[in-house]
Design a protein around this ligand. Structure first.
Ligand code: SF4
Length: 400
């Protein structure tokens, strides 16, 4: 049996750009590693307790990596306490102050977000690279259209993709000249067009892993949409190894939005993917309220599975066919429950919410149990196909 859905669903196939792989602590970034989702704390880093609390929330939401600002010595002092309490690797965000970079590396940072060309003379750069090397710390070069070097702005007249890529390569060369290759790069702009063009160009001239983001994207809604367009476009082209959605919102929302983008593209799955209709006069129950309640009640589930919540038989049976569990509104205050794509039993609208929660929890348990006895990822319905497609796609990349 051919388990590769790209065999019969070629339109779902994404071939990832081949990059080399680096490590951010125990998390691999690049190569055939899954695309990771990261966010950044917005607490005062010197307040270790608050920062640890926020990191826990981010990890609960699924964060693979968390970045923490280290603007002053109080922050790097607190950083070692924070690192010890964190279940995921931490990236220390450093701007200009090379000593903060050394302190953060010594305090256990898994990665330094630092632009080596901005931290002063060659000796300082050497010292930071040595500290990174000694402490098993990788680096991220983070180019931002809003803070390009003056000479590049003079050369190009304004921030543009060419200037961003030139800046990235300038910083990369400094690390390469010191024989340090454990780095990834980002080239972010708040403008989606500039972001996409800069990443496209970058992906053609260097083989390091790429950290994707649209910077200062905006509020929860507009920022998520902007990011989905920019990051989605790049991921679709196979570009990007780790993502951060920048939102002027609770950082937990950044993780949720990141997974939603990856889920939509079949690149990675986490938690319940709820497929819902917008509802209309035909709905047999209140779809919108039900979906809101289910999102909240099912937020604790990390097992990838799909659930269709559809108002009536116009689209209900068809969507249910492709999901693990489905509910389709019917007449007389009840609807049909679908299991593994097949109509299974009727349920009163009144008790449907509790019932669906129980069914999803039980299904998640059974998927987890099956996966622990089988290494094959094929359990569940066709809607989870994209996860397999992505894995097949990675295998394709790895085989090249
Ligand atoms: S599935 Fe039914 S209730 Fe939902 S939008 Fe379509 S017609 Fe309306």
């Amino acid at each position: 049996m051919n388990l590769d859905p790209s065999h019969h669903r070629p339109w779902r196939r994404i071939d990832r750009r081949v990059s080399r792989k680096i490590r951010v602590g125990n998390v691999e970034v690049g190569g055939d590693a899954p695309i990771t989702v990261q966010s950044m704390t917005n607490t005062l880093t010197a307040d270790a307790e608050a920062t640890i609390g926020q990191i826990r929330q981010l990890v609960e939401a699924g964060a693979d990596i968390v970045r923490v600002s280290c603007p002053d010595v109080e922050s790097t002092a607190a950083f070692s306490t924070i690192v010890k309490a964190s279940k995921v690797p931490l990236v220390a965000d450093i701007h200009f102050h090379y000593k903060r970079g050394i302190e953060a590396a010594e305090a256990g940072a898994a990665c330094l977000r630092i632009n080596p060309g901005n931290i002063g003379n060659a000796q300082r750069v050497k010292d930071v690279v040595q500290a990174a090397r000694d402490n098993g710390c990788s680096m991220r070069i983070g180019v931002n259209a809003g803070s390009l070097e003056r000479d590049l702005l003079e050369k190009y007249g304004e921030p543009c993709p060419d200037a961003m890529v030139e800046s990235a390569l300038f910083h990369a060369r400094i690390l390469q000249d010191l024989d340090f290759h454990e780095f990834k790069i980002s080239v972010k702009a708040s403008d989606v067009f500039m972001t996409v063009a800069a990443y496209q160009q970058l992906s053609e001239v260097i083989d390091c892993p790429i950290h994707l983001g649209v910077t200062e994207a905006g509020s929860l809604r507009t920022g998520a949409i902007k990011s989905a367009i920019g990051i989605g476009n790049l991921l679709w082209a196979g570009i990007g190894d780790t993502i951060r959605i920048s939102l002027a919102a609770d950082p937990v929302e950044e993780i949720k939005a990141g997974f939603d983008i990856l889920k939509s593209m079949g690149l990675r799955h986490r938690g319940v993917n709820i497929i819902a209709c917008p509802s209309c006069a035909r709905q047999g129950y209140n779809v919108i309220k039900t979906v809101e309640a289910l999102e909240e009640r099912l937020a604790h589930i990390s097992t990838p599975l799909s659930l269709s919540i559809i108002g009536c038989v116009v689209n209900g049976p068809g969507e249910a066919l492709m999901t693990d569990i489905g509910f389709t509104g019917g007449g007389a205050g009840s609807g049909m429950v679908y299991i593994d794509g097949k109509p299974d039993h009727k349920m009163n609208n009144e008790h449907m919410l509790e019932h669906i929660v129980e069914l999803v929890e039980a299904k998640a348990k059974s998927i987890d149990a099956n996966q622990s006895v089988s290494a094959l990822p094929q359990s569940g319905s066709a809607q989870r196909g994209p996860a397999i497609a992505a894995e097949a796609s990675l295998a394709h990349v790895a085989a090249e």
